[in-house]
Write a protein of this length. Structure first.
Length: 646
């Protein structure tokens, strides 16, 4: 180990390597996936508490990738062992869409309907993932994926009815979220310039932080602009340009009508808009590069200027564009007041929605009866897959094939073959919903037309990493005066102290000497390539990145960005969980790279989601919309696709 690694604390015993790269080294493989054939979880099985590499942890995708590589059926007997189990409905995928499908089907068909949900992962919820930590007896929660109930478009009546039925009142945000906590301690958003990108390491107050749903509009400060001009490691002209882009009111496209402007903006990148239309110094691009990562999974080199405008990025104040979006705008960029108000964050993000859905389906698995007590309830994984239960959730089970037993149009049953504990087994059901990732579906069935297969395959998801780092205290953040850091050149582009939400017995950390979860986000982009190629390259990069690499980058970034606060990565870090999602957000169409999106052609997601025989297709991919409401709406549609079938 070199001296830099020692300084960073790479040798310190923290909660991380009990599952080195996701492979159990200390506790033994029994907790990860070796359940009994009946599907029961062994004592102590509790995935939310696992640290290290989570999300798509190593080993979770081995079967899926062998299907992709066409090696699977060469090594498995073609005929799976029939378990003898028979269901009314089998659902592939236990994310919010799959769980919602079970919820809607039970509503329509009654509580006696026999339903089985199968999922690859060791936990339910899909991207709605809960991370738990124990720091000297104090339980802390984090979100490993889906952050909040939020959507650029208003929730549909159907999606709202589910949220209501689960008991979630989004207006409770005002009661549970303490928006004043960090400002009252003198903390605000910061921006970190790293020396590799900007020539020097420096943390400054962000002179114009993004408006967000969590803390509202932090406004702007003359003092912060002054400090920015004095200290930021950027050419003086670029700094002036950045303030002009934020505050100027010049029309950079004179002589064009609003719709002509929007038509042009939809066809150029925001980076080009800044430099070629608004005449900004090229260094300005580096500064704004990662602002849209959290929404689009790519930077301003691959986001259209119209999307940047819709999304609230600056530089359009003088263009008089009105409020109506033009053709080709992304779902993510449409501002809607009603949608903005429909916002709620549980301490584990929307994992609480998944847990509330499981509680509806299997009350014994998630004890309690309120949205407060669900936050701290310990799920009993041994109750998920009980033979006596009408609804069952079977984890660690990768579906390898779905097929009608007989002709697609006349068959009465579907056979679903899945791998669990290395064994290929099958069950039969009257109906099936594929609530898994669309890109996977062509590998599961040969009953689809080439056109539908291509549409499904085109839904390759956007890679993203949500990391939770538990600190023993956050005094360094307090000394540095920041509660969040925008780091446009760093390994993780966003760092945030946990949102201060207290619900029921769960109390958020309130003083800097308490342990806290810090959330870090990374979007593995490859600027310069078309969006889909960036996602593909990012996905490959994530699969090839070890936990050790993530850890070293985490420690390095904390040490450098919080140097002014005296952060010591060897001393201050208690635990790390990296939620790696090579298949993350549903792919949303992009006016720069998907011509149909501008020209009004057929959307691939509509072709992709057509039912065939007794099989329907759900998942957020079915709407090409990376939000929880899409997962719920598409589950509802998929259930209705099947209800008419005798
Ligand atoms: C990091 C991240 C943050 C997000 N933040 C937000 C947010 O703040 N608000 C919001 O509204 N939305 C957010 N989203 C989007 C939201 O999470 C999704 O739209 C929604 O949760 C998707 O649910 P789903 O059930 O459609 O898919 P998923 O959650 O992906 O579930 C699909 C499931 O299918 C399983 N599966 C795949 N293949 C197979 C197979 N062959 N056999 C068995 N199982 C299989 C997978 O393991 C997975 O569990 C976020 C997404 C990500 C990735």
């Amino acid at each position: 180990m070199n001296s830099r690694d020692r300084e960073l604390g790479m040798d310190r015993p923290i909660k991380r390597r009990d599952f080195l790269n996701g492979v159990a080294v200390a506790i033994g493989a029994s907790l990860l996936g070796a359940e009994s054939a009946a599907g029961q979880a062994p004592p102590g099985y509790y995935p939310p508490a696992l640290t290290g590499m989570r999300g798509l942890y190593p080993g979770s995708f081995t079967t899926a990738h062998s299907l992709r590589d066409h090696t699977f059926w060469k090594t498995h007997a073609y005929k799976p062992a029939d378990t003898g189990e028979r269901y009314d409905l089998v659902i592939v995928g236990g994310g919010i869409s799959g769980l919602s499908a079970a919820y809607f089907y039970r509503k329509a068909a009654g509580d006696n309907a026999r339903i089985l949900i199968l999922d690859v992962l060791d936990d339910f919820g899909g991207h709605a993932k809960r991370n738990e930590f124990d720091v000297n007896g104090r339980k802390l929660l984090g979100y490993g994926g889906t952050y909040a109930i939020e959507s650029p478009s208003p929730y549909s009546p159907i999606a709202k009815s589910v949220i209501d039925d689960l008991g979630i009142d989004v207006t409770a945000t005002a009661r549970v979220l303490d928006r004043k906590l960090y400002p009252s301690l003198g903390l605000g958003p910061g921006v970190f310039f790293d020396k590799e990108t900007f020539g020097a390491d420096l943390l400054l107050p962000d002179p114009k932080p993004e408006k967000d749903a969590d803390f509202g509009d932090p406004g702007t400060s003359e003092t912060h602009w002054k400090e920015f001009h004095e200290k930021a490691p950027l050419p003086a002209g670029a700094k002036q340009d950045i303030q002009r882009i934020y505050e100027g009111s010049k029309d950079y496209m004179p002589g064009l009508s609003p719709s002509e402007k929007k038509a042009r903006l939809a066809r150029m990148t925001y980076a080009n808009y800044l430099t070629e239309v608004a005449g900004a110094d090229p260094a300005v691009v580096k500064y704004f590069q990662t602002r849209p990562h959290a929404y689009f999974g790519v930077g301003i080199d691959a986001v259209s200027a119209q999307d940047a405008w819709g999304f609230g990025l600056p530089g359009f104040q003088g263009l008089d564009l009105g409020t109506e979006p033009g053709p080709g705008i992304s779902h993510d960029s449409i501002q809607n007041e009603e949608a903005e108000k429909y916002w709620f964050h549980f301490p584990d993000g929307n994992a609480s929605i998944a847990r509330l859905l499981v509680r509806k389906l299997l009350p014994a698995a998630i004890p309690g009866n309120s949205i407060e007590d669900v936050v701290t309830a310990r799920a009993d994984y041994s109750r998920l897959d009980e033979p006596a239960s009408n609804t069952r959730i079977r984890l660690n089970s990768t579906v390898a094939r779905v097929r009608h037993l007989g002709d697609v149009d006349t068959a009465k049953e579907v056979e679903v073959a899945y791998v669990k504990d290395g064994k290929l087994q099958s069950i039969r059901a009257g109906r099936c919903i594929l609530a898994c990732w669309h890109q996977m579906i062509p590998y599961l069935t040969d009953e689809l037309s080439q056109r539908q297969r291509a549409a499904l395959a085109s839904a390759a998801k956007v890679p993203i990493v949500y990391t939770n780092v538990v600190l023993k205290n956050w005094t360094a953040f307090q000394k540095a005066g920041v509660n969040s850091v925008y780091a446009p050149g760093s390994y993780f582009e966003a760092v945030q102290l946990d949102l201060p939400v207290s619900m029921g017995d769960y109390k958020c950390p309130r003083t800097p000497d308490e342990p806290i979860v810090v959330h870090l986000m990374k979007t593995p982009c490859h600027p310069g390539l078309p969006a889909r190629d960036q996602h593909r390259a990012g996905r490959i990069e994530l699969y090839g990145t070890t936990f050790e690499t993530f850890e070293r980058n985490i420690r390095d970034e904390f040490a450098r960005s919080l140097a002014s606060g005296g952060f010591d990565p060897a001393r201050d870090i208690a635990a790390i969980t990296v939620n790696r999602w090579p298949h993350g957000y549903a792919y949303e169409y992009n006016s720069l790279f998907d011509p149909f999106w501008l020209e009004g052609g057929e959307q691939p997601c509509v072709v992709a989601r057509q039912p065939f025989g007794r099989i329907a297709i759900a998942n957020a991919d079915a709407a090409a919309y990376a939000y929880t409401d899409a997962a719920i709406d598409e589950a509802y549609r998929a259930v209705n696709d099947l209800l008419g079938i005798a």
